[in-house]
Design a protein around this ligand. Structure first.
Ligand code: KG4
Ligand code: ZN
Length: 333
């Protein structure tokens, strides 16, 4: 049995978790700072770093006591070193290094994006080869994994990330940040009365683009404002969400057709979207050889447990770091 303690602080969640063998979550303590960023309509890096400093030792103590685990029971310390905000990443990295040094434990460097995908193992074991759709506030990627801990990016966004487009439309509609969940709820109540474009639907690749859709929504709202028309925000949410989900489904279908895989993983904050989950489930019915493994809802957003899951992949491959490990804010796969 391998017990890993894992630190995550790349954006606005401070989290420490203890995970056994990469898939049993013994504890997952998460402190969110969303309230502090809401009045600014987005994450303010300096505010985020200060929150991480304030919370890191509290979530660490919490994770250890919830798991009823002593430092001497642990095998390694995993930590997110990128991508993310440099000042935020540094806090988790310093916390992890200090803990590792104090308890003489090896350090495992973890890519936050791999962490999002590895969280699917909390649902069911990922079977390889696998395809993953990683949709978060900062990333939108279709990733092929021919084997565990091996990533080939088939396609990615050329501009805004999927979650970013939800948040930007939310800002336009004066919804609280982050707006993904609110728009998801509104979309259930509305009707798809507006036809927004699905970008690049006819291009033969796996890339995404959401800035054109965002501009179309902005133009629609400004045009209505100028004419003095009132907008049905629920209908706008439904129409916008349909366009985002259509784009994600279209690319995923093409990738599944061209790469026969044994499992399909849906990961990242936007993986909580109910319409996306429902439509992917229906899509996967056409691919009977492919198991659908969405990340469980409580692990779609940023959390320490997912870093412990990906950390275990590295642990098995002897991928460790020294105390001079640095952050890599622009890290990709
Ligand atoms: O993965 P995550 O927690 O943080 C990043 O690494 O970016 O993703 C956060 C993103 C935000 O943009 C948020 O609006 C979006 O996930 N999100 C959703 C939903 N819940 C969260 N987007 C659409 N529908 C949702 N239900
Ligand atoms: Zn994330």
């Amino acid at each position: 049995m391998t017990k890993i303690i894992s630190f995550e602080s790349s954006a606005d969640e401070t989290s420490v978790a203890i995970v056994e063998d990469g898939h049993i979550v013994l504890s997952n303590s998460v402190a969110t700072q969303i309230n502090s960023h809401q009045r600014f309509g987005g994450i303010v890096p300096e505010v985020a770093s200060r929150h991480h400093i304030e919370w890191i030792t509290r979530v660490l103590d919490d994770a250890l006591s919830l798991a009823e685990t002593k430092p001497e029971d642990l095998d390694a310390v995993a930590v997110t070193y990128g991508p993310g905000l440099v000042g935020s990443l540094l806090v988790g990295l310093m916390g992890a290094k200090t803990f590792a040094l104090a308890h003489n434990l090896p350090i495992i460097p973890v890519n936050h994006l791999a962490g999002h995908i590895a969280a699917a193992n909390f649902n069911a074991p990922i079977i390889y080869p696998a395809l993953a759709l990683m949709v978060s506030g900062g990333h939108t990627e279709l990733v092929l994994m021919r084997e565990e801990n091996h990533f080939e990016v088939l396609g990615e966004t050329r501009d805004d990330a999927a979650g970013e487009s939800f948040d930007k439309v939310g800002r336009l509609l004066k919804l609280p940040y982050p707006a993904g969940k609110t728009i998801d709820d509104m979309a259930h109540r509305g009707q798809a009365t507006i036809k927004f474009p699905t970008a690049m639907a006819h291009e033969d690749n796996y890339d995404f683009s959401f800035s054109g859709l965002k501009s179309a929504v902005i133009n629609y709202v400004h045009h209505a404002d100028q004419k003095g028309d009132t907008i049905n925000q629920d209908d706008l949410a439904t129409s916008f969400q349909n366009a985002v989900v259509d784009a994600l489904i279209g690319r995923t279908r093409r990738a599944l057709q061209n790469f026969p895989v044994r499992s399909f993983v849906l990961a990242g904050g936007v993986a909580a979207n109910s319409q996306l989950r429902d439509e992917l489930k229906i899509l996967l019915e056409d691919f009977s050889q492919t198991a659908f493994i969405p990340v469980p809802l409580q692990y779609t957003g940023d959390n320490g447990a997912m870093i412990g899951a990906a950390g275990y992949w590295n642990f098995k491959q002897n991928i460790f770091a020294d105390l001079d490990l640095n952050t890599d804010p622009g890290l990709d796969f």
